[in-house]
Design a binder for this molecule. Structure first.
Ligand SMILES: Cc1cc2nc3c(=O)[nH]c(=O)nc-3n(C[C@H](O)[C@H](O)[C@H](O)COP(=O)(O)O)c2cc1C
Length: 204
């Protein structure tokens, strides 16, 4: 059973979370985690002006996802930073290339799940995940979130990402904060949870 983790990251937070999601997937017997990134759509000049050039080198070795790989996966977990409370345009562009999967119903009945990051605590993590879910529903996917059985999302001991909609991390106003242990635990939990549900959905 193949669980595809397809992400966009500009500064590395979503990449780090994607690695943790993959760990969670791999903790399920028979589940293979495949990490892919979506194509970059901004020019090198714009990326340099945004201070992304060095950061993106950390995950340049991850292969770029193809639409066929998306269609062939047993479950898909999407990771995107928030952009004004929505998914990043790079992810949007990738989704807009999947029309033929919609036509053929390739994703119907497969588990789909979303995780995110933002600079500020209330900067749109929930709206990013929930508006992403609309796309999954149009593709006929079965939406999987991050249940409250992941107790780390209820903690009052620290400022943390994570909601019933999906794992998340807060990068901080300058983007210098890295995903906390609790946020990474949420990402691992989500990966494991999706893989467990996908295993049930794919059982004959
Ligand atoms: C154009 C743009 C819009 C953004 N919009 C938001 C926003 O609405 N709320 C917020 O908290 N952070 C916002 N951010 C910050 C990003 O979400 C943050 O850089 C990202 O989550 C870090 O993830 P990454 O390291 O994987 O790129 C924005 C960043 C950019 C470049």
């Amino acid at each position: 059973m193949k669980v595809l983790i397809v992400f966009y990251s500009m500064y590395g937070h979503i990449y780090r979370m994607a690695e943790a999601v993959a760990e969670g997937v791999r903790s399920v017997d028979g589940a293979e985690a495949v990490l892919r990134r979506v194509p970059e759509t901004l020019s090198a000049e714009i990326l340099a002006s945004m201070g992304a050039t060095e950061a993106q080198k950390q995950f340049a070795h991850i292969p770029v996802c193809t639409v066929d790989e998306l269609g062939a996966a047993d479950a898909v977990i999407f990771g995107t930073p928030t952009r004004f409370g929505n998914m990043a345009g790079q992810m949007r562009q990738f989704l807009d290339a999947t029309g033929r999967l919609w036509v053929s119903g390739a994703l119907v009945g497969k588990a789909g799940s979303v995780f995110t990051s933002s600079n500020t605590q209330h900067g749109g993590q929930e709206s990013t995940i929930l508006s992403f879910h609309i796309n999954l529903l149009h593709q006929g996917m079965v939406i999987v979130g991050l249940p409250y059985s992941f107790q780390g999302q209820s903690t009052m001991d620290e400022i943390t990402g994570g909601s019933p909609y999906g794992a998340s991390t807060i990068a901080g106003p300058t983007g210098a904060r890295t995903p906390s242990d609790n946020e990474l635990a949420g990402a691992r939990y989500q990966g494991r949870h999706v893989a467990e549900i996908a295993r049930k959905l794919t059982r004959n």
